[in-house]
Design a protein around this ligand. Structure first.
Ligand SMILES: [Fe+2]
Ligand SMILES: [Fe+2]
Length: 472
C-alpha cells in the first residue's frame, strides 16, 4: 500500500520534512487500520457518518463536518500552537526553558506516562464496539462514532510522541498499543476501568461523563508538563474531550427527562412497567462508574506523583493559575483516608498527596453535572436527588480498597456489604433490565428509543430529521 502521508495524515508538525518519522508512522498505520477493522465499531465500517474532522487547530479548522466512512477518517496529528519562551512552570526546574526534547533522566518516566495515557484511548473504542447495534437514535449513533474516531486520534497523538521522541522503544510501545485489548485475560489494557465492559447505553453515557472526565484531568495535568510537545498535544486533545463529556452529560439528562415524564404521566416511581429507566437504577449506575473512575487517580499518597511533580513532568490541574510557590516542599494537603477501621482526615505532605488533590478537583467537577441533573428531576416536581457516593465507596485502589464503605460514607462489615451491595450497585437483574430496553438500534431519522428524550438541538445545528448515519 502506497500512501502519501503528508496528505493522508492532516498534521501541523511538518511531517513531510521528517522522513524518518514519516516512515515510522507508515509502518504503524496499516496495523492501526487492521486494529480498527478488528476491534473498532462492529459492523459499521461501510456506514457514512456525519463526523467532525480536525484539519488544523484554529477556530475554523478543528471542526469540519461531513459524511465519511470511518476507516477513511483522516486521523491527524495536532499540537496546540507553541507558546513563545514557554518555561517549566513547577518543580525543581521551575523558570528554566520548557524542554523541546526528552531529558535523558526523564525518558523512562515520560514514556510510561505517555503509554499509560495512550493505552486508554483504543481501550475505550474496544469497550464500546458493540454499542452501535443498539443505539437509541441516529443522533446518538453518530455521537458514539465521533467519540470512537477521536479516541483513535488520541491514540495517534500519543503514538506520534512515541515515534518522534523515543526511538526504537517508542516504536515497540506503539505496536504494543494495538496488542493489548480491553478485558483480554492475557494482554489486558493497563488500567482497571478500561477493562470493564460498556455493555449498554446507560453505561456508555455514565462512562463518557465520569471516565472521560478522568481523561480530562489526566490530560490537563500533562498539559502543564515541562516536556513541551506533550503539553501541546494534550492541550489539543482536551478540546475534543469536551465533546465526549457533553455526550455523557446530555445523555444522562435526556434519560432523566424521559424517566420523569413517564413518572408524571403514569403517577408512579416504577417506570419499568412503561419501558423507562427508574431513578434508583440511574443512581446505582452512577455509583459504579464514579467509583471505578476514582480509582484511576491512584493511591492517595504517592511518591511517584511527588517525583513527577518535582521533576516538572506532570503538574496540577490549572497549575499556572494556582497562587503558591509551585514547589510544594513545605506545604501540606488534607487527605481523607482509611485507617484502623475508620475514615479519617489527615494532613499529608502536599507533594505526596498530589493524586488526591487531582481526585478532589475531579470530584468537584463531577458534582456540577449532578446539580444540572437534579434540576431536571426537581422541575418535574419529583422528590429524588442523585448523589455522588462517598469517595471511599467501592474502591479497588488506595486506602479504601481494604474497606467497605456505603455511598453515604458509613463503614460496613463484610456481611452488611454483601447484604446491601445491590442497593448500591447494579444487580444482574438491573443490568438485564437495562439491556432488555436496548435490543435493537433505532435508525429512522428523527426517532428515539422509548427510554430517552430527544436532544435539545442537533449536531452542528442540524434539524431533528437529519440523517446522521447512512447505512448504504
Ligand atoms: Fe481520549
Ligand atoms: Fe474521550
Amino acid at each position: 500500500m502506497s500512501i502519501n502521508y503528508s496528505e493522508k495524515i492532516p498534521n501541523n508538525v511538518d511531517l513531510a520534512s521528517d522522513r524518518r518519522l514519516q516512515r515510522a508512522l507508515e509502518n504503524w498505520q496499516p496495523a492501526y487500520l487492521q486494529w480498527w477493522k478488528d476491534m473498532g465499531p462492529e459492523g459499521a465500517q461501510a456506514f457514512d457518518v456525519y463526523l467532525r474532522t480536525a484539519i488544523s487547530t484554529d477556530a475554523n479548522g478543528w471542526a469540519q463536518f461531513g459524511h465519511v466512512k470511518m476507516p477513511d477518517y483522516r486521523w491527524g496529528i495536532f499540537l496546540a500552537d507553541r507558546e513563545a519562551d514557554r518555561k517549566v512552570n513547577f518543580g525543581e526546574q521551575m523558570g528554566m526553558p520548557a524542554w523541546q526534547d526528552v531529558p535523558g533522566e526523564h525518558r523512562a518516566t515520560l514514556r510510561r506516562l505517555i503509554v499509560t495515557q495512550g493505552d486508554t484511548e483504543p481501550a475505550s473504542v474496544e469497550q464500546q464496539r458493540m454499542l452501535g447495534k443498539t443505539a437509541p437514535s441516529l443522533y446518538d449513533l453518530r455521537n458514539l462514532f465521533q467519540i470512537n474516531v477521536e479516541e483513535g486520534r488520541h491514540l495517534w497523538a500519543m503514538v506520534y510522541l512515541l515515534h518522534a521522541y523515543f526511538g526504537r522503544d517508542g516504536r515497540e510501545e506503539a505496536e504494543a498499543m494495538l496488542e493489548r485489548h480491553s478485558g483480554d485475560p492475557d494482554k489486558p489494557r493497563i488500567l482497571g476501568a478500561f477493562n470493564e465492559e460498556t455493555p449498554d447505553w446507560l453505561s456508555f453515557f455514565m462512562f463518557t461523563y465520569f471516565t472521560d472526565r478522568d481523561g480530562k484531568y489526566q490530560l490537563a495535568s500533562l498539559a502543564e508538563s515541562g516536556f513541551d510537545p506533550l503539553a501541546r498535544t494534550c492541550k489539543f486533545m482536551l478540546t475534543e474531550e469536551a465533546h465526549h463529556m457533553f455526550v455523557g452529560e446530555t445523555g444522562i439528562s435526556r434519560i432523566l427527562q424521559r424517566t420523569c415524564d413517564l413518572m408524571r404521566e403514569h403517577k408512579t416511581d416504577d417506570v419499568r412497567a412503561f419501558g423507562g429507566i427508574d431513578l434508583s437504577t440511574m443512581q446505582k449506575y452512577l455509583n459504579f462508574h464514579f467509583s471505578v473512575s476514582l480509582d484511576l487517580f491512584g493511591q492517595e499518597l504517592s511518591t511517584n506523583a511527588a517525583n513527577y511533580y518535582t521533576a516538572g513532568i506532570k503538574g496540577r490541574f490549572l497549575e499556572t493559575r494556582i497562587a503558591d510557590d509551585h514547589k510544594l516542599a513545605d506545604t501540606t494537603y488534607r487527605v481523607t483516608t482509611f485507617r484502623d477501621g475508620g475514615i479519617v482526615e489527615t494532613d499529608a505532605p502536599a507533594l505526596t498527596a498530589l493524586n488526591e488533590r487531582l481526585r478532589q478537583d475531579y470530584i468537584e467537577d463531577c458534582a456540577r453535572g449532578l446539580v444540572r441533573w437534579n434540576k431536571i428531576i426537581e422541575k418535574a416536581g419529583i422528590n429524588f436527588e442523585l448523589k455522588l457516593p462517598h469517595r471511599g465507596f467501592h474502591r479497588a485502589i488506595g486506602a479504601f480498597s481494604g474497606a467497605h464503605v456505603s455511598p453515604d460514607g458509613k463503614v460496613l462489615s463484610d456481611a452488611e456489604w454483601r447484604e446491601n451491595k445491590h442497593r448500591f450497585l447494579p444487580s444482574d437483574e438491573d443490568r438485564a433490565y437495562v439491556t432488555s430496553l436496548m435490543s435493537a438500534a433505532v435508525i429512522e431519522p428523527g426517532k428515539f428509543a422509548n427510554w430517552i428524550a430527544p436532544p435539545a438541538r442537533g449536531i452542528n445545528n442540524q434539524p431533528g430529521e437529519f440523517e446522521y448515519v447512512r447505512f448504504n
